[in-house]
Design a protein around this ligand. Structure first.
Ligand code: SF4
Ligand code: SF4
Ligand code: SF4
Length: 305
């Protein structure tokens, strides 16, 4: 299970205005390029994550409006890698390129998922089996890309940045314990206060308070997403309704085939790759390979921005 002192991002869907400043900030900070897109009758752009676009805002339009006087309504979702505690991509990576990283030396366990392009062999197993379809291979850069929780920013020593007392008047009024450049770029840029960053314990407490507030305002379906899914995500969501309405899987799981793959094929597995026999092994290995082929087809038909 994720540790309470792990860092996490809170996304409050009830505050998001769909401005996509976070999406632009992510591309800007991570120096990602662009690809051409076409208007498909939605404000979503691109239509899926790419190696150049690590997060995107989903504009989910319900068939029935939550209120009769709503002429137009969207369930906005910030969508990217969730930094799962039980991370499928880490389990399937045969080269050890995809692994979890600590944010600070005090962390008991690593939890920020990142791929080292130098070690990546381009097998695409992680792309194919991710329950959120959140990572992408780039043929030109020969590597896997996803949200990296701005590890380069959040792992900086907070003391190296001005605290609230030395910061701008806005920062001082914010009374924010996390200095400006020590927060993820998307969080720092959010225009409506929909994004927050801190320890998982803090973010969950804020999420629960907000959920209770929303319930008190008549949003009886308000709920939290990410607390327990896949051992705990490092993105915590406040939703006003069911996850499916936001384009989030209701019960993301690590497929059984991936566990078999991890036990039998991955380097360092107890069976050392020798037990590639038997129905269970064949089913597990076949599952990962088939998913990988499906994923490559999906990626080939992908979007741009
Ligand atoms: S969301 Fe996908 S890419 Fe991100 S940690 Fe989970 S399994 Fe890996
Ligand atoms: S945490 Fe950093 S890498 Fe992840 S979506 Fe936000 S800006 Fe992008
Ligand atoms: S910057 Fe904030 S309000 Fe704008 S789309 Fe992103 S999360 Fe929503």
């Amino acid at each position: 299970m994720a540790h309470p002192t792990d860092k996490a991002i809170l996304f409050d869907a009830s505050k998001c205005t769909g401005c996509r400043a976070c999406q632009v900030a992510c591309k800007n900070w991570n120096q990602r390029g662009y690809t051409e897109t076409h208007n498909e009758g939605t404000y979503e752009n691109p239509r899926q994550l790419t190696s150049q676009c690590w997060m995107r805002i989903l504009f989910n339009e319900p068939e029935e409006r939550p209120r009769s006087d709503d002429e137009i309504y969207w369930y906005f979702t910030k969508y990217q890698c969730m930094h799962c505690t039980d991370a499928t991509c880490v389990k399937v990576c045969p080269s050890g390129a995809t692994k979890k990283h600590k944010v600070s030396a005090e962390d008991g366990e690593a939890y920020v998922v990142k791929t080292d392009p130098k070690q990546c062999i381009g097998c695409n197993y992680c792309v194919a089996t991710c329950p959120f379809q959140a990572c992408r291979y780039d043929e030109g850069e020969k590597g896997i890309f996803r949200c990296v929780l701005c590890l380069d920013r959040i792992s900086q020593d907070p003391e190296a940045f001005p605290g609230p007392e030395q910061a701008s008047p806005d920062m001082q009024n914010a009374k924010d314990p996390y200095p400006l450049r020590n927060r993820p770029a998307c969080v720092q840029t959010c225009t409506s206060g929909a994004l927050d960053f801190g320890t998982r314990e803090e973010m969950l407490a804020k999420a629960k308070d907000r959920m209770e507030y929303l319930k008190g305002k008549g949003k009886e379906n308000a709920q939290i997403y990410g607390e327990n899914e896949l051992g705990g995500l490092h993105y915590i969501y406040v939703l006003e309704d069911a996850p499916a309405k936001y384009g989030l899987p209701e019960k993301p799981t690590v497929p059984a085939g991936v566990h078999i793959w991890e036990a039998l094929v991955k380097p360092g597995a107890p069976w050392g790759g020798l037990a590639l026999v038997g129905l269970a092994a064949a089913a597990g290995i076949g599952y990962v390979i088939n998913k990988r082929n499906e994923g490559l087809e999906r990626q080939a038909s992908g979007g741009g921005e």
